[in-house]
Design a protein around this ligand. Sequence first.
Ligand code: AGP
Length: 617
Amino acid sequence: MCGIVGYIGKRKAYPILIKGLHRLEYRGYDSAGVALINDSGQLNVYKAKGKVSELEAFCESKDTGGTIGIAHTRWATHGEPNTVNAHPHYSESERLAIIHNGIIENYAVLKAGLQQEGYTFKSDTDTEVLVQLVEYTQVNRHVDLKTAVQLALQQVIGAYAIAILDKEHPDTLIAARKGSPLVVGIGEEEYFLASDATPIVEYTDKVIYIEDEEVVCIQMSESSNPLTITTISNVVKTPEIKRLELSLSQLEKGGYPHFMLKEIFEQPRTLTDSMRGRVNVRQDNIALSGFIDNKERFLNAKRIIITACGTSWHAGLIAMYAIEEFAQIPVEVEYSSEFRYRKPVISKDDVVIAISQSGETADTLAAIQLAKSKGAFIFSICNVVGASIPRVSDSGCYTHVGPEIGVASTKAFTAQVVALTMLALCIGREKGTMSKDQYLRIVRELGQIPDKIERVLGQNKRIADFAKMFTYAQNFIYLGRGYNFPVAMEGALKLKEISYIHAEGYPAAEMKHGPIALISQEMPVVVVAPHCGTYEKVVSNIQEIKARKGRVIAVVTEGDTLVSKIADYTIEVPATEECLTPLLTVIPLQLLAYHIAVVKGCDVDQPRNLAKSVTVE
Ligand code: AGP
């Protein structure tokens, strides 16, 4: 996945494009580039390996004039990260320049056909094939740029969000999408394009979310109606203008050193936002519109399949415990990348819950398409309004936690757990498979969770202090049971993805089946041991580790007197309902991973090799 930005209008394009790329760097940052048509009609393309700041340094001595341009920050899919493979790509004649987010799956066939026509290629990318195909179509079919783009895209198999310039038409900016996100911002005599709204929000709150196989044509010389949208088959579409809910301040770090820490500390507020209008403590009720509108589908479901990746998959694992406990519907939790290819048995009586913060994860999108093709009902839990996954789902629930910029997911995870818990409670209450008292107790406790998270966050300094003692470690093990087994896996993922320390999460009882052989003083063991469920069993697991000289960091319930006597370090969280303990026990693990990574000098918000949204396989 990559980030694309475009601008056409009354202002100098370059500053707007570069600032936009910085906002999108979380989508990928192994190389970046910009294409501008200056006032003399010259098409200039500048590219640099590395982050956007490298491109800025490169452009300092260049002609960055012009009021039309496109720019791109890359996460390599085809071709290694280098300047040649960086976008934008010129066409053969250097008349056109293109940027692209996605994968052209049939690029090899298209490339062979163009090579037979005498076209040559400088890069290894699928994107360069696309711009050559557009030029070939424009020249040989004697059509304008928009038509050439439409005809070329009709031959393309795969995913794309593109923007393309033609130096012979400096008043025209063309864009299109299929499978990768694209948003248009509408200003005063100026237009913006981007992969999401973050580069647009400071200029306008009027946006259009482009749909699959739509082509955007912005022609400033058409002053009465510069912007038109058609399909790739040239069917005219009526633009649906929406108002942005994002504010620029949401994008700023708000005084925190990293977006990740800001987002960890946002969780009391973001969970309040997530429950607003849904959890009504005074009326002892949960109102989840996605459930209310589709009640029968859930009540008659023979099975619920949860499909997701990474952290979202961990949220799905927690949901399995809650849905089976409260709604007594069998649940299967699937990695989307496996589910989409393993020929699963899916029926129209199945409900599929797709969980995705970005709403653009390619594997989860494909898993949904597979389930839809077999008649299953799709319910998605997503954080990005207008993203691809909610748009292909039958219904769903937005988590509404605002943009999650840190690559390591934190506030989105807790919001996913709340959304899934609300869903489990709604189904259980409606089916009568849980008592009214239990339902009321959990609804009221949900309302207390933001304040209880606030209390856990109050231990940030203490966690930062003892995190310093573990930066030496090459390996960690995370253990938990029941609702906190997925928390152990999530804590391990947080640590490995931002500190690059190897970490594994296990059900605590699994220790005897191999991992206990690893115990040594050099390998810290984090045990999630709140006072609920199989607490006594977890205490035994801790004793087994201590007997083998393991060092234990335990997350316990406030007032715990047993574990705190045997563990080396303890972090206390307030007592709560067992099904809600993950919302509290995950916080210390987020902070522990963050502080270890910071002490190690890692790039916390943009860890190596990772990107915020994996929109390619
Ligand atoms: C989580 O910290 C990671 N960034 C990653 O595992 C992420 O959860 C996964 O790629 C799924 O992303 P999604 O929720 O946007 O689909």
